[in-house]
Design a protein around this ligand. Structure first.
Ligand code: 4AD
Ligand code: MG
Length: 468
């Protein structure tokens, strides 16, 4: 007997077929006419399949009439046309096997709607809700489009290490990886921790970005991308920060900053247009239940040319906006989320690429521009901001001049000997090159309209929280 997903069985083409459908009961409704309706979901789509269970089924009184939300079943039967609303098919059951019961006194996901906060406490059950199911299907589609986009253009997918000894962003927000016993830490004669006795013979961390290793491969193989988990030990409890998140990082030899902007723009447009094409049912759900501006804002991403605004211009816009910001802005200050959101949501109402940021607020690896003046040094950085999320992409053209890079590292207190291999790339066949990082979860937020980043990843890791 052919097994069909709920999605396939809901299709008119399945009518007349004898099939098995397996999933979890959402609701049961008994009709006076001596039969029951079950709504079954298997995660293949948002909608349920209606099962018609006749009273003459052998386990009707003993089992079927006791089914409740959360029970798992296999249903065999014929797919029939349905007169019911919101469906063209239903499954007329000839056999229903109950695999697992879910005591309605205990099962938390009853008909009553729970808040997203409450659902986080049940991270093991929340994938059975409509919202999390829709989020995960869209997240999956985004990941697939990411690979499609790069593979179609002959980028190589390179796996950069998760354990690393270098701090790419220089922000010091790294998780240490060690096998030393915290209760008896070995010490050097000077009293410092003796990392020579640690697993790697040196301090090691979870990576904050695969970029530096990505550059190694881009400057040999041309066009590469990494896509993997990254880690930040920043103590920021916001709706846009995770301690563990997924990042996509393309890196392209011979690309300058303007090429990098083009790549980022076409990349985001492709992902969004794929989601609009392939996830229509889920997107309709987000539009109706989560945020009714989401579809319009995605259409803007697809249709509108992204604005390009230099950091200096954006500071002028912010200073002249008359807006009351919590953090005041002036040339040289880092932009806060409130400033970024003002620019993309209110000022332009469209995605914007900010570029040429002050050197002092950016990492060592970004290419230095010819200075306007000694106090206005900028680097070839770019951030892509989108409405509702703010910064979704951060990237830059990389410093490819050995002497300038060495000086920048000194200024930022980095030891050249720790990055000797990175400097070698500038000694041997150095080329202009550029890349960026897209935070996957921020992308899922932008696409779905989900307000909190904890609700777009299966198991969020945030300060003080690592259950499940
Ligand atoms: O701007 P970031 O820090 O850039 C880099 O790491 C570069 N090395 C990337 C590159 O050029 N290859 O991070 C890139 C993106 C951000 O724009 C944001 O979308 C996401 O990663 N991101 C986070 N997402 C969730 N939680 C966090 N704590 C994040 N920090 C950054
Ligand atoms: Mg950034």
């Amino acid at each position: 007997m052919k097994k069909l997903s709920v999605r396939a069985a809901r299709d008119v083409g399945a009518v007349g077929q004898q099939v098995i459908v397996q999933g979890w009961v959402r609701t049961r409704r008994d009709s006076k006419g001596g039969f029951s309706f079950l709504e079954v979901n298997d995660g293949s789509c948002l909608s349920n399949l209606q099962i018609v269970a006749d009273a003459n089924l052998p386990n009707y009184e003993t089992e079927i009439k006791h089914l409740s939300a959360g029970c798992s079943v296999s249903v065999q039967g014929e797919v029939k046309p349905s007169g019911g609303q919101g469906q063209v098919t239903e499954l007329q059951a000839s056999e229903i096997i109950v695999h697992g019961w879910a005591d309605p006194e205990e099962y938390p996901l009853q008909k009553k709607r729970h808040t997203l906060e409450k659902l986080r406490e049940w991270a093991h059950l929340r994938p059975r809700t409509n919202t999390m199911g829709a989020v995960m299907r869209v997240r999956n589609r985004i990941c697939r489009s990411i690979h499609d986009f790069f593979q179609e253009q002959d980028f190589l997918y390179i796996h950069t290490p998760i354990i690393t000894a270098s701090d790419c962003e220089g922000a010091g927000a790294m998780f240490r990886v060690t096998t030393l016993d915290p209760a008896k830490v070995p010490r050097t004669a000077q009293g410092a921790v003796d990392f020579e006795q640690d697993f790697f013979g040196r301090p090691a961390y979870l990576t904050v970005s695969g970029q530096l290793e990505g550059e190694i491969y881009a400057t040999a193989l041309g066009k590469i991308y990494t896509f993997g988990p990254t880690f930040r030990a920043e103590n920021s409890n916001t709706s846009r920060h995770l301690a563990e998140f997924w990042m996509v990082e393309p890196e392209v030899a011979f690309n300058e900053l303007t090429d990098n902007m083009e790549l980022a723009e076409s990349f985001l447009k492709r992902i969004v247009s794929d989601v609009l094409t392939y996830c229509q049912e889920d997107m309709q759900f987000f539009h109706e239940r989560i945020d009714n501006t989401v579809l319009a804002s995605l259409q803007v991403i697809v249709d509108k040319k992204f604005q390009r605004l230099s950091y200096t211009e954006s500071i002028e816009v912010l200073e002249q906006s008359g807006e009351k910001f919590e953090y005041p802005v002036s040339w040289g200050s880092d932009l806060q989320a409130e400033h970024e959101r003002f620019l993309t949501e209110k000022h332009l109402q469209a995605p914007v690429i900010l570029y040429d940021y002050p050197a002092a607020i950016k990492p060592f690896y970004m290419k230095l521009n010819d200075a306007e003046s000694s106090e206005r040094r900028t680097v070839r950085a770019m951030d892509v901001l989108v409405p509702r999320v703010g910064e979704i992409i951060g990237g830059s053209q990389r410093e490819d001049r050995l002497d300038v890079l060495t000086t920048r590292m000194e200024e930022q207190g980095l030891r050249a000997e720790d990055y000797w291999w990175y400097l070698d790339l500038r000694k041997f066949g150095s080329v202009p090159h550029s890349g960026f990082g897209l935070g996957l979860e921020r992308m899922v937020q932008a696409v779905t309209g989900m307000a909190n980043i904890r609700d777009v990843i299966p198991f969020p890791r945030t300060p003080g929280s690592a259950e499940f």
